[in-house]
Design a protein around this ligand. Sequence first.
Ligand code: SF4
Length: 346
Amino acid sequence: MKILPVMVGSIQIGGGAPVRIQSMTKCRTENSKAVIKEIKQLEKVNCEIIRIAIPNHTAVKSIPKIKDKIKIPLVADIHFDYKLALESMKLGADKIRINPGNIGADYKVKEIIKAARDKKIPIRVGVNAGSISKTILAKYKNPNVQAILESIKQNLKIFEREDYHNIVLSAKTANPKETIEVYQKLAELYPYPLHIGVTEAGLPFEGAIRNTTALAILLNQGIGDTIRVSLTGPSILEVKAAQEILSSLGKRKFGPTLISCPTCGRCEVDLIKIASQVNKKLASITEPIKVAVMGCVVNGPGEAKTADYGIACGKKSGVIFKHGNIVKKCREQDLVSELFRLIKGS
Ligand code: SF4
């Protein structure tokens, strides 16, 4: 199905645009200085859209202060109080996220739609497994895939009656398998861009794996127009994890790629230390180069040769490759500095 394009500020979601990366700030929205600091850090690592929670009327007043200092589009996340959505749009939000099911009477949702239409602001209709209506829950007994899909269908009715289609859809669960099933179905049913991710996914290690389990399958099937890797951890990790997923699937390119062997009993250097040092130094490089760090002569030289640059280690030493050619042999302690001398000099 052809996906409708949606503009969030200057960033297009859907309609053939690259899969967009977004995150959500973790500090209190009332503290606009802290929010601005967090967003600026995210901008540096190429986060493309940022969402902030708007839990009350003090938080909403932070929107213009934040908008004034950031470059990426700002999404206001609203629950329960439709007036917060109206105010957020008035004060400059580029998109709002609501769960129509908890906004209340239809006239409140209609007012939001009217204001969004006037200002050409898209609305994310976001249903979570944890916020399904009592009626639907009573019918399905638990918030399973069918219950989530019915919830989306119900929530969308009012938008369709109002002929409003400037919409992004999301229906997240904390279960990767259900997340896959829900989004596969949504992609069949609706022409709206999909915001995909596993919600409440956990701490960074588990959370990144749970998100990847679902997102890799969906994205590989062409499903998903914008992603958030929700983690109980710093937002910068959410962006980096999202980038890693997209670049691993060949969907986007973000700076250098480090490939490194897992090391084994053949290795005669401290490979984990070398790979970590290389990884840290690569953070300052923006070009999409491929760098290999290999532990020994078995696979080392072969793998290192396929990268733009590489290290293949031997006994307390190693050789450095550039585009398949050995450039230098050096001691273990000099490998990283010599590698970067080569990368930066070229
Ligand atoms: S490249 Fe060498 S050290 Fe690394 S895992 Fe393979 S055999 Fe082991």
